[in-house]
Write a protein that binds this ligand. Structure first.
Ligand code: SAM
Length: 357
């Protein structure tokens, strides 16, 4: 029941899936650092939030140009948080490390006595860090054997289920839906069936290697696949992506993060969002365009609305009016050189905006 409740709440908001996080070798290399600083325009004495601290790459870039800036360094991952704590030791009264998710931020900011409309700039760099991806023990990587975990928060939330726990209990239809929606997996039903059947033949699906091999066997002959960038990919790539998104409730977190950035930025404050997949980018874009009602991204873009549906004036105005002025008319992508040096950046897109209302 708990799992089913989570599925409907997590899938209810976005009828779309998301990417597998890719990453270069540790330490994590910040993506589009120069473009981030160009649009953020950090100033000494101003207050910023790095919503996805990771290894602190973007935070360090801010400090290079504004050595007296103050930065709230948020991350849900205890490993990243430890890095933020050690950076804070070097910058006392300047870096404020916070362990938590976007959805926990309002409470944590209250404890820091920070209020809405008090922040000069906010950065998001979504997805996984190299530290998460490259460490087999975390269970994110197909290529590294380890426990089927995938929790960005590690053990800090006693209610959070690992991917293995979900796969041990979930029913077939729900699993197929997760694989389809979050992984855009065309063999979703087939893979879900194999995973459920495996419960009767093996004691427990417990490792990344077991899952990767099971998926590969279940898709039969179609084991040679190309990803959207025409690179060969493992047949279990989309299954891993879908599970990771579900385990971490990523899309709803991103949506809420965007709501928070609108609430906490000053008028004139700047927001930078780096996404790595069209589904993340869609959420950001719809917020920036004002295509959001009561904090919820509309399921369908307006252009797909049926001619049989007519909205009231208040709904139309709320949807058409944005609280943002976009600084990036065209989405910004990394240079050829950056992609060569840091392949993890290849699918990145950067959007920047100023809060105007
Ligand atoms: C791509 S990494 C950020 C890397 C960082 N910008 C750097 O240059 O080192 C993304 C980070 O965001 C964190 N994260 C993802 N979703 C989050 C959420 N909802 N709340 C807080 N942190 C989140 C992950 O734990 C991960 O450490």
């Amino acid at each position: 029941m708990v799992i089913i409740g989570r599925i409907s709440s997590r899938l209810g908001l976005f009828k779309i899936g998301l990417r597998w996080c890719s990453a270069a070798a540790a330490p994590h290399v910040p993506v589009m650092a120069a473009e981030t600083i160009k649009h953020l325009k950090p100033q000494d004495g101003e207050l910023y939030i790095d919503m996805t601290f990771g290894a602190g790459g973007h935070t360090r870039e801010i400090l290079k140009v504004a050595p007296n800036a103050k930065i709230v360094a948020l991350d849900r991952d205890p490993v990243a948080h430890e890095m933020a704590v050690s950076l804070a030791e070097k910058y006392p009264n300047q870096i404020y490390p916070i362990l938590g998710r976007f959805s926990e931020l309002p409470q944590k900011l209250k404890e820091l006595d920070s209020h809405q409309r008090s922040i000069d700039g906010i950065i998001f760099d979504f997805g996984c860090s190299s530290m998460q991806f490259d460490e087999g023990e975390r269970g994110f990587a197909i290529s590294k054997d380890g426990p089927l975990d995938m929790r960005m928060d590690k053990d800090r939330d006693p209610d959070a289920l690992t991917a293995a726990e979900i796969l041990a209990k979930i029913d077939e239809a729900d699993l197929a839906r997760i694989l389809k929606v979050y992984g855009e997996e065309k063999y979703a039903k087939k893979i879900a069936r194999s995973i459920i059947e495996a419960r009767f033949s093996m004691t427990r699906l417990a490792t990344t290697k077991q899952l990767a091999e099971l998926v590969k066997a279940s898709v039969g002959g179609d084991t040679f696949r190309l990803d959207k960038l025409q690179r060969p990919s493992h047949p279990a790539t989309k299954t891993f992506q879908a599970l990771r998104i579900f385990v971490n409730n990523e899309l709803n977190e991103i949506n809420y993060g965007m709501v928070l950035s609108q609430l906490y930025l000053k008028i004139g404050g700047r927001m930078i969002a780096i996404t790595f997949h069209s589904l993340e980018d869609t959420i950001v874009k719809r917020h920036l365009m004002g295509n959001v009602l009561d904090g919820v991204v509309n399921e369908l873009p307006l252009k797909y609305s049926s001619h049989t549906i007519s909205h009231g004036r208040d709904v139309m105005e709320a949807v058409m009016t944005s609280d943002w002025r976009q600084l990036t008319k065209q989405v910004v992508v990394p240079s050829f050189d950056e992609v060569e040096e840091n392949p993890r950046s290849r699918s990145a897109k950067l959007r920047a905006a100023i809060r105007v209302r």
